[in-house]
Design a protein around this ligand. Structure first.
Ligand SMILES: [Zn+2]
Length: 166
């Protein structure tokens, strides 16, 4: 084979390899959590865990909460009358002690980003508490499995304690 053709073939293969690598790379930098987060953002505001919890509450006859609240930190559910704010924290974005895995690439970027989120959560909790709100935070992983019942109980007990269930 003539050297020019070999060169061109190598060049083509080189291009294909680099396209493949960049696709692989792009795919690889997103963790499973990020991907599902991205998907949830694409499919709208109702991420799966929220819908799951809301369905359970609805099956128990619990109503009277607001979603898309403008309250600081945008809680997933707000019981305005009872002043209870409920957050469902994504395990990746809020650094769940059980599930969080540090991304392999851009470590510095991610650690700053996630650290910022965790600090923000604390600040929001404090501010809401100062304004008389009771803050409940559930982990996404608990909502996604049977632990959702424990979450429900915690919320139910609080609503009961406040004494104005529904
Ligand atoms: Zn988790």
């Amino acid at each position: 084979m003539n050297t020019k053709i070999i060169f061109l073939l190598n060049k083509q293969i080189g291009i294909f390899t680099s396209i493949e690598n960049s696709l692989f790379y792009r795919n690889d930098v997103l963790t499973k959590e990020q991907r599902s987060y991205n998907m949830s953002q694409i499919s709208g505001k109702n991420t799966n865990p929220e819908v799951r919890l809301r369905k359970l509450l609805s099956s128990k006859g619990i109503k009277g909460y607001r979603i898309h609240s403008k309250l600081e930190g945008k809680p997933d559910m707000v019981f305005t009358k009872q002043k209870i704010a409920v957050f469902i924290d994504g395990c990746f974005w809020h650094r769940c002690p059980k599930c969080y895995v540090e991304p392999k690439t851009n470590k510095k970027f991610w650690s700053n980003k996630i650290e910022g989120n965790v600090k923000r959560d604390k600040r929001i909790n404090n501010n809401l508490k100062k304004e008389g709100w009771y803050v409940i935070r559930f982990w996404e992983h608990d909502i996604k499995n049977d632990k959702i019942n424990n979450c429900y109980e915690k919320l139910f007990n609080k609503l009961n304690e406040v004494g104005c269930l529904i």
